[in-house]
Design a protein around this ligand. Structure first.
Ligand code: DAU
Length: 265
């Protein structure tokens, strides 16, 4: 497959923190060995490679910290998931230096939009409300995530593939910081529910407090700008998508909720 490709863009990963806390092994197999397999294939076939990664490799920030993550922030991952992504980033960097792999890396903040698995925060709450279940907030709901629409993530990746400098890392983010409580309240508002119609549940062990991305390098060097900066409208459209595409998510819903129930979440 790699022999016939122009560019290998490596999005594939075990990506869900909660899953990694209950069964870390698939994260090592997929994120570490899987990435090793792909960079070896790209090296053997002399192909341009782009590695999709996460801002979680940088650990977390305090809620009141004025700083945001930059390409210079030291790696400090917290979870089995983010530590395997940090490991996969380092493999790519080593293949660039040792073997001259023509690779770039991007670390993106939290994505939202259509086609997201119902295990993730936003689709879980939307599909819960559709099913008459109250949304579930971990802990106090004060944790902050820096939301970006999936289409903006994709346009940034395209810009990096086209114009990015080999060996470089680019942070992708759209200045979308919101705490989890605000997001749930917005979903409830757009779904005609009372703003307090949610439950607090058991917190995630080691739960990262806040992620925040400074994407100046991507914007200045490659001229990238996000197009979907209206989060309110983005959430409304995402709700409409889940309402209109039940056949896509329904097969995963019961098993996903059963797993959460086992953890008191
Ligand atoms: C599923 C769920 C999550 N949460 C909280 C935990 C987090 O603070 C926030 C978002 O949770 P998640 O959707 O699991 O996403 P998070 O752990 O931030 O990680 C996401 O964003 C990362 C980028 O920052 C990606 O690398 C990961 O693959 C992706 O899963 O919502 C709740 O309060 N209730 C929930 O039911």
């Amino acid at each position: 497959m790699v022999a016939d490709a122009d560019v290998v863009v490596h999005y594939a990963a075990e990506s869900h923190n909660d899953n990694s806390l209950h069964d870390p092994r698939p994260f090592l197999d997929t994120n570490i060995i899987g990435t090793y397999t792909l960079i070896e294939a790209a090296r053997n076939h002399n192909k341009r490679f782009h590695h999709i990664s996460t801002d979680e490799v940088y650990g977390d920030l305090e809620l009141d910290d004025p700083e945001r993550f930059t390409e210079q922030t030291p790696y400090n991952p917290s979870s089995p998931y983010s530590s395997t992504k940090a490991g996969s980033d380092l493999l790519v960097r080593a293949w660039v230096r040792s073997f001259g792999l023509q690779a770039t890396i991007s670390n993106c903040s939290n994505n939202y939009g259509p086609y997201q698995h119902v295990e993730k925060f936003i689709p879980r709450q939307i599909t819960n409300v559709i099913d008459g279940i109250r949304p579930k907030l971990y802990g106090k709901g004060e944790n902050v995530r820096d939301w970006i629409h999936a289409n903006d993530h994709s346009s940034a990746v395209l810009a990096i593939i086209a114009e990015g400098t080999i060996g470089e890392t680019y942070l992708i983010g759209a200045d979308g910081e919101k705490n989890n409580k605000e997001v749930v309240e917005l979903i409830l508002k757009h779904m005609g529910q009372s703003p307090d119609a949610y439950d607090h549940v058991v917190d995630r062990p080691g739960h990262d407090l806040r992620y925040a991305i400074d994407s100046t390098k991507l914007r200045n060097e490659l001229g990238w700008e996000p197009q979907f900066s209206n989060f309110d409208a983005g959430i409304e459209n995402t709700i409409a998508w889940y309402r209109n595409n039940e056949q896509w998510w329904r097969p995963q819903k019961a098993a996903t909720e059963a797993k959460y129930k086992e953890q008191g979440q």
